[in-house]
Design a protein around this ligand. Sequence first.
Ligand code: ATP
Ligand code: MG
Length: 393
Amino acid sequence: MRSIVIHYNEIALKGRNRPYFVARLVRNLREATKDAGVPFVRVLNGRFEMELAPGADIDEVRDRVSRVFGVGNYARAGRTGVDLDQIGREIIDGLKGRPDPASFRIAARRADKRHAMTSVDIERHIGAMVQAATGWKVDLGNPALTINVEMLGDETFYSFGKEKGAGGLPTGVSGRVACLLSGGIDSPVAAWRMMRRGCRVYFIHFHSYPVLSRASQEKAVELARLLTQWQLHSRLFLVPFADIQQKALMTVDPALRVVVYRRLMVRIAEQIARRVRAQALVTGEVIGQVASQTLENMTVIDAASAMPVLRPLVGMDKEEIVEAAKALGSYPISIIPDQDCCTLFTPKHPATRASIGQIEEAERALDAGGLIEAAMAAAVVQDFEFPVIKSTA
Ligand code: ATP
Ligand code: MG
């Protein structure tokens, strides 16, 4: 069984955009697996086949495929002709060494309806062969093991069970966004959710080095590296924010500081987003999660940018976000202690209803324009690639 057969999310890929989405998905699959012993990806009727080179590490390839958005399900598969006895023999051979399942069934599909046999004919014929060879019980309703048989033209693929894919849409089909990535729990999950909807996500992290340690930058780098496994190329902007915070400390009413900081972050992020041709900003904000995240404050923050500010987690509970962060693998990185650049410089009781008039007045006193320009000029860019191509030199 030297192949992997991949099915895409059919519902998501319907409509006029389908050829474009499918082409993108193939490209992404190629990129994700090209250095792992997959010479090419074959496009078949409604699915793809990857044929593994001799010596390829199948678990590595599966792992890569599991993180390609747009994949509905995938399975290790064998490829053979259309002779039923031959298919049955190969399946029986492939099943050798497996623990006995409580029950099984054959699930046959024919992409090419010109075959003389119906799917049910195929299922009966091969099912009888497998049962005779193994003694396993057939259960058509709720089998422990489903043996899939897909006949396409003059080829047949067979596989044992299927693995659920990452779902969503292929990276890149929905355009680019720029995510404000703190070292916290929420923003990496927000970034991942946008990726899953087909966006390429640029990361922007604001840090307070040298006033604070480099810890937050290290976390942002680790998070960007983790998230790159899902989009293969990423760019992280590390933007110094300490000067802005120190100036604000002197002139801005403590209660207004969080919102002023957030608006300055958004203004800087918007400029970066335009440079990389991103069309929206993304944050990990959630209604009511902390005192500063109210509808009023979000409105004032949005007014700082002409770009839409997307908040994919806005209606989630903390528990749900933590669960998502654990599944993603970002949670252990996010909980590493660091001094958050905002918590350090802000009071325990921020304004929950900052008015735009007060905020704009505070920003005028700050010379926000000059501070933003200086921060932009000092920003550092870091690029990430997955898989990391190790140089042999
Ligand atoms: P997170 O878990 O993402 O840090 P949080 O619940 O701690 O979120 P805040 O610290 O209020 O919430 O931040 C709200 C959002 O603002 C974050 O989700 C993130 O998108 C953005 N943000 C906050 N601080 C930074 C930062 N230092 N760099 C980049 N973005 C930030
Ligand atoms: Mg935070």
